[in-house]
Write a protein of this length. Structure first.
Length: 290
């Protein structure tokens, strides 16, 4: 005769909602409880006492202690003797980094780029920094008959393009100085010296996006924003490329900028970064690049 089932053995009592259609006969309640503890410690309250864990999971203190002891032994939970509370342990990071490393950047970004193209009507792109160049990793072409023709694999000068400037703005000054010097900038388009370039990138960093219009490629306007990983490091950039005659500075700095920034933040969140506040108010710009 089967023994009486307690509430602690009921998977449906998990604080984490189970998907519909799950056959509970094959679930392991203790494993669910352990994952519930990790979820609870990942929330707003980053540390919990034994009593708080037991109350959160609706289990006895002895059951909660066994779960915490197991997680602690494996490194997923750490005990703070000074506060008599538990917090996440370093081993949790190995799970997160392993998951994120398995997700290809293009794979993560592509659905967002498609939606960005559909919402704005313009081609959307993903790029990353390679030395002084930005390399295009993905492109979702506009459905309009007139469009720019930048393809995947294209390399463009970083400091003259919107995505490139966004990517350069994520580098420390020492790396910028390693990439550029006054001699390498003097014969090119502005900024023509390192001091001006550093000032421009500092402004780009404060803004959190770059808007320019028809400077690098005549007739092409562009808006770009950074993609960040779970450590808040800029790992890529996205942009849209519009035909300059079919848009204007107000739209570029308004609705189009809002869409690009929101898309970059959504991709960043999928890469593990927590939601970030909206960037500073848009600046007016009369020149741009692809």
């Amino acid at each position: 005769m089967a023994g009486k089932r307690s509430a602690e053995d009921d998977p449906a009592s998990s604080i984490t909602a189970l998907p519909d259609g799950i056959d509970e006969r094959y679930l392991v309640p203790a494993l669910i409880r352990g994952l519930d503890i990790l979820a609870a410690l990942s929330g707003d309250q980053r540390s919990l006492t034994l009593s708080e864990v037991a109350a959160t999971l609706s289990v006895t203190r002895s059951s909660a202690y066994r779960l915490l002891y197991t997680l602690s032994a494996l490194g997923y939970v750490a005990y703070d003797n000074s506060t008599k509370s538990y917090r996440l342990g370093p081993q949790v990071l190995s799970l997160g980094f392993g998951y994120l490393a398995a997700r290809d950047l293009v794979e993560v970004a592509m659905p967002h780029l498609i939606r960005l193209r559909d919402r704005t009507g313009w081609s959307s792109h993903l790029g990353e920094l390679h030395g002084r160049d930005v390399v295009y990793l993905a492109r979702v072409a506009t459905r309009r008959s007139i469009a720019s023709t930048v393809h995947v694999g294209t390399r463009l000068p970083a400091r003259r393009t919107t995505m490139g400037r966004v990517l350069l703005s994520g580098l420390p000054e020492t790396e910028i100085r390693h990439l550029y010097d006054d001699a390498s900038l003097a014969a090119d388009t502005p900024p023509t010296n390192l001091a001006d370039l550093l000032e421009q990138l500092a402004e780009d960093r404060r803004e959190g996006f770059v808007v320019q219009n028809a400077a690098y490629e005549p007739g092409v306007a562009s808006v770009a924003a950074p993609v960040r990983d779970m450590t808040d490091r800029i790992v890529a950039a996205i942009n849209i490329s519009a035909v300059a005659m079919f848009t204007n500075d107000a739209e570029l700095n308004g609705a189009l900028k809002t869409e690009v920034v929101a898309t970059a933040q959504a991709i960043s969140q999928d890469l593990g970064r927590h939601a970030a506040p909206a960037p500073a108010s848009p600046r007016q710009s009369s020149t741009s690049q692809l």
